[in-house]
Design a protein around this ligand. Structure first.
Ligand SMILES: Cc1ncc(COP(=O)(O)O)c(C=O)c1O
Length: 441
């Protein structure tokens, strides 16, 4: 397609030139005829070619008037092609439960009332809010009523909505962990909030410093499994941060991105269970199922339901009804629990293999993080995270350095490599682990 555009742009194919019939060109180029038909029709849509009455296609007589860089919006530049993928934050997409999901989608499309095919209530479908409320109460100890659940397209949209509502309420500063998901600080800045940093140590975020931050109106935490350091917020600190929020009239935003995945014991309940009036719970199907579904949920105190739903409004992108209702069906049928149980077993095994292999093949490397989630932090005795990423690139291995998740102004001297062990398909796992070992050696 680009070759055609280039040929027209440079005049090699002059305006008015007749193009060969698609069947002939397909044979000449050894392509399927459908491919050629699709290319012709896209170039006709873009204005480069004209379909002639009767039959045939010619170079548009006005093609020379098209701006030289003109074409349909392109997808973002392709990422470098990695052979091995150990990026943190990705579940094993090859294990997506396609059959059960298709059954849920089929039931949804077959049985949904006509009304479901209309515009989507920004609060989210009642069926999904009910299912999520029951699931979170059972699996995460969340104090949840369907009225307090707001469906959003991933935790990312949830955070954006919460940030906007905080700004409207006069909040100017939000405390975040000094290492966190790289998109969270920009999301707050974009909303007009100044992020201030909480140090993170072996007991999780140091919430005691909040008392010395007078203007902070909320704190964003990953209490069940700090991202990316992999520690849990210790129980005294959990109690202390709730106490701080009550005294200050502040809010806690709990990012429970992988709370289902605890391997050494049953998952510790969400912080929200301690005070549902002070904690906004943020959950997602991005780790438990697939990020491409863009399915997430907030559980918010009564007084925030109206403002957050209003902020989302009818114009905001909503999760389509098929995904919402299929997810509700998926949870209610027990398929979600089954999938999580199966993935928990698989990820636990992978984490054990990773630890065993690193201990054996690169014994000086320290493995940090509790037995949970989809990632570990590796601290190498002599190489920085940045050096390790460069070495990994030579092995065609995708990983991130800890620096990638470090917020500016962090005074921590920690360094290392953040390795996600969930992303590879079962057949790619061993090869990925080997590439990691070559990187560490
Ligand atoms: C710490 C953290 N929070 C939240 C998310 C999920 O974001 P979303 O639901 O927007 O995909 C991720 C995904 O990478 C994450 O790592």
């Amino acid at each position: 397609m680009d070759a055609f555009r280039e040929a027209i742009r440079t005049g090699r194919l002059a305006p008015g030139s007749r193009l060969p019939p698609s069947r002939v060109l397909a044979t000449d180029l050894g392509l399927g005829r459908n491919t050629v038909v699709r290319v012709y029709s896209e170039l006709i849509n873009e204005g480069w070619l004209t379909a002639l009455h009767g039959s045939g296609t010619e170079v548009s007589r006005r093609s020379s008037e098209l701006p030289s860089g003109w074409s349909r919006p392109r997808p973002p530049a392709a990422r470098p092609r990695w052979v091995h993928d150990l990026r943190p934050g990705f579940p094993d997409l090859s294990s997506f439960p396609r059959d059960e999901w298709v059954r849920a989608v089929k039931r949804t499309v077959t049985t949904s009332p006509f009304e479901a095919f209309g515009y989507i209530d920004p609060h989210g479908r009642g069926e999904l809010r009910d299912a999520v409320a029951r699931y979170l109460a059972r699996a995460r100890g969340v104090h949840a009523h369907a009225d307090n659940v707001i469906v959003c397209s991933g935790a990312a949209q949830g955070l954006r909505l919460v940030a906007a509502v905080l700004v409207n309420a006069g909040v100017t500063k939000v405390a975040i962990e000094e290492f966190c998901l790289h998109t969270q600080r920009p999301a707050l800045l974009k909303a007009g909030i100044e992020p201030v940093l909480l140090p993170v140590d072996a007991d999780g975020a140091d919430t005691s410093v909040l008392d010395d931050m007078p203007d902070v109106g909320a704190v964003l935490l990953t209490p069940s499994h700090q991202f990316p350091l992999g520690v849990a917020l210790q129980s005294d600190r959990r109690a202390a941060v709730v106490d701080w929020a009550r005294r200050r009239g502040a809010l806690i935003i709990e990012d429970d991105y992988d709370g289902e995945f605890r391997y050494d014991r049953s998952p510790v309940g969400a912080l929200q269970g301690l005070d549902h009036d002070r904690v906004i719970y943020m959950g997602t199907a991005s780790k438990s199922l697939a990020p491409g579904l863009r399915l997430g949920w907030l559980v918010v105190p009564d007084r925030l339901v109206g403002p957050i739903v209003a902020e989302k409004g009818w114009a905001e992108d909503s999760v389509g009804f098929v995904n919402q209702l299929a997810m509700a069906d998926f949870i209610d049928s027990g398929a979600y629990d089954r999938h999580i149980r199966a993935m928990r077993t698989r990820y636990r095994r992978r984490r054990e293999q990773l630890i065993e292999t690193v201990n054996r093949q690169s014994p000086a490397t320290r493995i940090v993080g509790m037995s949970a989630g989809l990632q570990v932090l590796l601290e190498h005795p002599s190489r920085t995270g940045a050096e390790l990423v460069r070495r990994a690139t030579r092995e065609q291995l995708a990983v991130e350095s800890l620096d990638f998740f470090r917020n500016p102004d962090s005074t921590s001297d920690r360094d290392g490599l953040v390795v996600g062990f969930a992303a590879p398909s079962p057949s790619a796992w061993t090869g990925s682990l080997d590439a990691l070992i070559r990187t560490l050696r």
